[in-house]
Design a binder for this molecule. Structure first.
Ligand code: PAF
Length: 173
């Protein structure tokens, strides 16, 4: 299982290749999770391309492409969140309060919906990967977590859907 927020690039597709090494059936989800965005963040303008994503996923051999809308994942206002604990207190968690609670909550829901044997996450989001490992271990999810290496541009920049936001100067920095 490869959970993503879409606007797929080679980094996501490398996760599909990794999933294929561990499983006969590969499921990919594309869901821009409102719960992990603060009101001041980029939820509305987060890049989206569902049709392009479906085509890229199919071309890479994804067997099941899951593209739920927000009402399907959150049919009612969620009352419960997964508390990420001390691992979320610094780095990205420090500047994005609530972000990792939103991530772990949707990852929990996606794990329950998909029920994967293996879940593949990118090393690029290292703190997220560590928190998902803690989630799987501490809450006894019956799955194996695989963390796959970061895919980079020729100049070393990690591939990311949000790279489209960068000006040439920001990109160079
Ligand atoms: O890394 C991401 O794209 C997201 O945080 C994830 C894991 C799909 C949860 O929304």
């Amino acid at each position: 299982f490869v959970p993503t927020m879409g606007y797929l690039h080679e980094g996501h597709l490398a996760l599909v290749d990794e999933a294929r090494r561990h499983a006969d059936v590969v499921v990919m989800s594309v869901f821009v999770n409102p719960l992990q965005f603060a009101p001041t963040e980029d939820l509305a303008r987060y890049p989206r391309d569902p049709e392009g994503d479906a085509a890229k996923a199919a071309a890479r051999g994804v067997d099941l492409f899951f593209l739920p809308d927000a009402a399907e994942v959150y049919p009612r206002e969620p009352r419960v969140r997964v508390v990420p604990g001390a691992l979320a207190a610094r780095w990205e968690g420090e500047v994005r309060p609530g972000h990792f609670a939103g991530v772990l909550t949707v990852v929990t829901k996606l794990f329950h919906l998909v029920r994967p044997d293996v879940a593949v996450f990118g090393q690029k989001d290292a703190q997220q990967a560590a928190l998902v490992r803690a989630l799987v271990t501490d809450l006894d999810f019956p799955l194996r977590l695989v963390v796959a290496p970061t895919v980079r541009e020729a100049d070393g920049l990690a591939l990311s859907s949000r790279n489209v936001y960068l000006s040439p100067d920001e990109r160079a920095r």
